[in-house]
Ligand binder design. Structure first.
Ligand SMILES: Nc1ncnc2c1ncn2[C@@H]1O[C@H](COP(=O)(O)OP(=O)(O)O)[C@@H](O)[C@H]1O
Ligand SMILES: O=C(CO)[C@H](O)[C@H](O)COP(=O)(O)O
Length: 573
């Protein structure tokens, strides 16, 4: 592959000599806007984005989560839709609505359950139908996923060899086995959350190839495999050509039906009939929002390499590591290979860590010095993360900040390991604790947690490379990419440069790219990516610290080895 643009199938003259995007003539002032809506774990965000990928307006609204039992996590599809309406109305205020050409949604891969009349059904023993979503991080279906994995069915090859408890088949089996009368028998529609949103907007029940391929065992070229559903005891879903879980499947960015329905238009404050795109899972929208950027002029190795050398790392509540390839690559413990799930015509693998932002928050908020931290950060009008970063700078003295954890090490799998060990029984570990409980102690624990997450990324990259990926550059986005310490630690610990996008909210750029594709303003997803994603800043690794991090990585690997030894000792007689 000679260069990036040819790889995307775009003409060379499309960019000007300085590497900046050439705006087509007569197109100097943005006249078309797209609305992107991103439903994360903790909040719903919307943005108004122009055709150059610039965020013109942004709004955010928190969403409810319930944990009726440990490891049961639920949400409400009505709450989420209401939040989508609030934020969308806000971002289009003051804009000529005729300039809005398309709408795209992305969301976490949570399971939404509706009855035959599309009304919410309870996913809990309490019968609370408002709580009709089993969230992606819910681990209630442990026994079900073990039985699914024991079948060794061939579809499991396409999820890294082992199905995750966070995917939809085990959750469906749990509902069938535990809530037969109140939920399973009454259910008419099981949606992935991104597909629920596009249905709400258009009335079209078509599913996105992204959600079905990544979380539901659908194969892009072969479709559903009846034998899988029969073998795992969910044969009832085959009925009526899979109508409950999806029998019309569209590529992400495809235009749905007649666009936005009058009812949804009223809810969202948008014009009826505008194009609405088949959705993406949030991580994949982040991938779309970052990996297509023109990197010329930044001194990055990936400038001369195909786009397959780029790894998108989308870091929010969880972190997802998305790499693409021309041919399928099977990586043990890493999800995929998935065909056309994000970029049409390309395979992808998705590594992940189930809790990253959530883990940092857990460590910080659970520490005895947290109230003091909160008070001090508030007094300085700073976030707790910004305060901790400056506190670490104070206490590091002459040494690099990362060296403060020479005798404090963390294994980050507090919610099991998603990749590459694919072992949900793994737990978190911390070694090197002292009797102190002051702010220094909290700051160093926070640093060690961030480093552990970055070592997890290194482990995932090594597994992907051993299987055939060749990665040279990380493209980070999501809430954690706002944290300079998190970004620098990823660069230092992986030894790779980290590219941050011009738009911090690049997941929303990904959602807007979907809307732009559905509007027909771009001829392909690749073209929209190349035009709308932009490099903001590059963070290079401090190679002089490499020896230190290599040693810490050795300890990191020992931690999990020891954890497995402890489990074996306790299992023995
Ligand atoms: N300004 C910030 N600085 C540092 N970390 C942040 C900041 N904002 C959010 N975070 C981290 O990002 C995480 C949430 O990321 P986000 O992408 O909003 O999550 P989600 O999409 O899962 O709702 C939080 O758990 C927090 O640890
Ligand atoms: O499984 C996933 C993507 O395939 C994500 O982990 C899940 O969608 C949650 O995302 P976030 O951490 O941004 O809330």
């Amino acid at each position: 592959m000679e260069n990036e643009l040819e790889w995307w199938g775009l003409e060379r003259g499309y960019y000007n000599a300085g590497g900046a995007m050439a705006v087509p003539s007569g197109d100097q002032k943005p006249e078309s806007y797209y609305v992107g809506v991103d439903v994360g774990t903790g909040s719903v965000r919307a943005a108004l984005v122009d055709q150059r990928g610039t965020l013109v307006a942004f709004a955010e609204q928190p969403i409810n989560q319930w944990e009726p039992q440990f490891n049961h996590h639920e949400q409400s599809s009505e709450d989420i839709w209401a939040a989508c309406c609030v934020v969308t109305k806000k971002v289009v205020q003051g804009i000529d609505l005729n300039q809005i050409r398309g709408l795209g949604f992305d969301a976490t891969c949570s399971l939404v359950v509706l009855d035959k009349q599309f009304r919410p059904l309870p996913v809990n023993h309490e019968g609370n139908s408002h709580q009709n979503i089993i969230m992606w991080l819910d681990h209630r279906a442990v026994s079900q996923v073990h039985r699914i994995n024991e079948t060794k069915h061939s579809v499991l090859q396409y999820v890294g060899g082992v199905m995750s408890v966070e995917m939809q088949a085990p959750k469906l089996l749990w509902l069938k086995e535990n809530l037969r009368e109140t939920c399973w028998d009454k259910a008419g529609h099981f949606f992935d959350l991104p597909d629920f949103l596009s249905w709400k907007a258009t009335g079209v029940t078509a599913r996105s190839l992204c959600s079905l391929v990544c979380k539901w065992t659908y194969l892009a070229e072969e479709g559903w495999d009846d034998s899988f559903w029969k073998k795992v005891g969910l044969e009832d879903l085959i009925a009526d050509n899979y109508s409950k879980i999806g029998n019309q499947v569209l590529p992400p960015g495809a235009s749905l039906g007649n666009g936005l329905t009058p009812e949804a238009a009223k809810d969202l404050g948008l014009p009826a009939g505008i194009a609405v795109a088949a959705s993406l899972i949030d991580a994949h929208a982040g991938g779309l929002g970052v990996i297509g950027a023109d990197v010329r002029g930044y001194g990055l190795a990936c400038e001369e390499q195909p786009v397959t050398s780029r790894l998108a790392v989308i870091c929010g509540t969880s972190s997802c590591h998305i790499g693409i390839s021309k041919d399928p690559i099977f990586v043990s413990g890493v999800w995929g290979p998935y065909f056309s799930a994000m970029v049409p015509g390309f395979w992808l693998n998705e590594g992940g860590q189930s809790v990253t932002g959530k883990l940092i928050d857990h460590m910080v908020q659970g520490h005895a010095a947290f109230p003091e931290l909160q008070a001090k950060a508030t007094a300085r009008c700073q976030s707790v993360y910004a305060y901790l970063n400056s506190h670490l700078d104070l206490i590091k003295k002459a040494q690099p900040v990362g060296f403060l954890t020479v005798d404090l090490h963390v294994w980050p799998d507090f919610h099991g390991n998603r990749s590459p060990l694919a072992d949900l029984t793994l737990k978190g570990m911390v070694t090197g604790l002292k009797l102190s409980q002051d702010l220094d102690d909290l700051a160093i624990l926070y640093l060690a947690t961030i480093q552990a997450i970055a070592f997890g990324t290194r482990l995932i990259i090594e597994a992907m490379e051993a299987a055939g990926h060749s990665i040279s550059t990380l493209f980070l986005c999501g809430g954690l990419s706002k944290n300079p310490l998190f970004v620098q630690m990823h660069a230092d610990i992986t030894g790779m440069p980290v590219v941050l996008s011009q738009e911090v909210e690049s997941v929303l750029v990904g959602a807007a790219i979907l809307g732009a594709c559905a509007s027909g303003d771009f001829s392909s997803v690749q073209e929209a990516m190349a035009r709308m994603s932009k490099v903001g800043k590059v963070v290079f690794p401090r190679h002089e610290d490499k020896r230190y991090y290599d040693k810490k990585y050795q300890v990191f690997l020992k931690l999990v080895e020891h954890q497995k030894e402890y489990a074996a000792i306790m299992k023995g007689d």
